[in-house]
Design a protein around this ligand. Structure first.
Ligand code: ADP
Ligand code: MG
Length: 403
């Protein structure tokens, strides 16, 4: 039982990137673990075998999902068949028939729970399995005092070991998460350092070029040349804007927060992005409350909203609508939602959202979401993302409201 857990955290999380392969490997490891457990049981009475197979079955199912649960149960039945058909075999099948539906029932709530609740679910399930096992084999073989004693000890033992292993797995998982967060923040630090160095080096020659271009612009110049000069200057300004955006997450310290109206800022942002959305055949529908006071820096807030809005528009290559709302909630938050009907994201993609350079677009930078998340967090805000593949995505941004 130790083997799958340690192999998972030492080798698989680093080496195997695809979710599907991970699931298959984990299924095989838990399967082997089950076979080991069943090969070394504690025997009691006639054909009575007690072992810890429930633990790999439970962990494999809860962390793996529906199919692993079914296949792991199949492994138990097939391997038990190998020992011959006896009362014990029927016992096994009956217990599984009764307990697997219970496990399946808890799959969803387990997946969406935090550590403490997960431990509770696993422990209750193993207790439940123990009770079912006690009842079924009691009915098949008859109850006796000795039998009850053995079963009671078994039950306590199984529950305790389940608790230990689940704690182990969850704790290692937490450590793993912390590690990847640290790697992420290290990446961020390097990017922001690089960004500010590059930006300064590039800006200077650009300013000089811009100045000389302006000098070239004399009144007697032919019209078409004047136009070229104009375009050159505009393009330089655009490049400068991009550098400014890039810089804005390099220096989080100089941003000064003030009391601002998020509704008013959101309206401004919608105006700025209107042209862009028209070019993409996207209609912006707004429902924005005027009095939404929060504590933030307006430029930064706007930038994060623009990044999210741009993504929403870009997610609809064939056009569509984006709904933009701003309201205040009963529990003291200003809630901004941006909802599109675009390509959507899988759960995996949502998880990776906001990590540096994560982009699925051909000419994407994969920085927009990272900057937005960082900005929202720096104003004590929260971002939730709900998305369904091919249906659309909803960003919900919450800021603490001030009066
Ligand atoms: P970029 O837009 O340059 O690709 P972002 O950090 O802004 O970088 O976004 C990262 C990725 O997240 C995008 O490439 C896209 O795959 C996904 N994404 C972000 N917002 C949405 C959305 N509203 N709908 C679908 N996918 C999205
Ligand atoms: Mg983007």
């Amino acid at each position: 039982m130790v083997l799958p857990i340690f192999i998972y955290f030492t080798l698989i999380t680093e080496k195997v990137k695809s979710d599907k392969n991970r699931k298959v490997i984990m299924f095989i490891l838990w399967g082997i673990s089950i076979i080991f457990c069943m090969s070394f049981p504690v025997s009691f009475g006639q054909n009575g075998r007690l072992d810890l197979r429930i633990i790999p079955l439970l962990l494999g199912s809860l962390y793996g999902g529906f199919l692993p649960c079914i296949f792991l149960s199949a492994i138990i039945i097939l391997y038990r068949l190998y020992f011959g058909i006896s009362i014990g075999f029927y016992n096994t099948v009956l217990v599984l028939l009764l307990s697997v539906p219970v496990i399946l029932f808890f799959l969803k709530s387990f997946a969406s729970s935090k550590k403490d609740k997960r431990v509770k679910i696993v422990v209750s399930l193993s207790f439940c399995y123990g009770l079912i096992g006690l009842a079924v084999s009691g009915i098949l073989r008859g109850f006796s005092l000795d039998y009850l004693k053995v079963q009671a000890i078994y039950l306590i033992f199984v529950v305790a070991v389940t608790f230990l292993f689940t704690m182990l797995k969850e704790t290692i998982r937490e450590i793993q998460q912390l590690r990847s967060e640290m790697q992420n923040s290290e990446k961020l630090r390097i990017i922001s350092e690089l960004a500010s160095v590059f930006a300064h080096e590039i800006r200077n020659p650009m300013q000089v070029t811009r100045g000389f271009l302006q000098l070239l612009n004399e009144p007697d110049l032919p019209d078409d040349k004047k136009k070229y000069l104009q375009i050159s200057i505009e393009e330089l300004d655009r490049a400068n804007e991009i550098i400014n955006d890039f810089l804005s997450f390099g220096k989080p310290s100089i941003n000064s927060s003030e009391r601002i109206n998020a509704g008013y800022q959101l309206k401004r942002v919608v105006n700025i992005i209107q042209n862009y959305s028209l070019n993409h055949n996207v209609e912006l529908k707004t429902d924005i409350l005027e009095n939404c006071w929060i504590y933030a820096n307006p430029q930064k807030l706007n930038q994060s909203l623009i990044n999210i809005l741009k993504n929403a528009i870009e997610s609809m290559p064939n056009g569509g609508s984006v709904w933009i709302t701003c309201t205040s909630t009963d529990d003291g938050y200003i809630k901004i939602t941006i909802k599109d009907q675009g390509i959507g994201m899988t759960k995996n993609q949502i998880d990776r959202l906001g990590s540096p350079f994560y982009s699925l677009k051909e000419s994407g930078t994969g920085l927009g979401m990272m900057i937005s998340f960082q900005i929202v967090r720096s104003f004590k805000g929260k971002i939730q993302v709900n998305s369904e593949k091919d249906k659309g995505t909803e960003f919900i941004i919450l800021f603490p409201q001030i009066n």
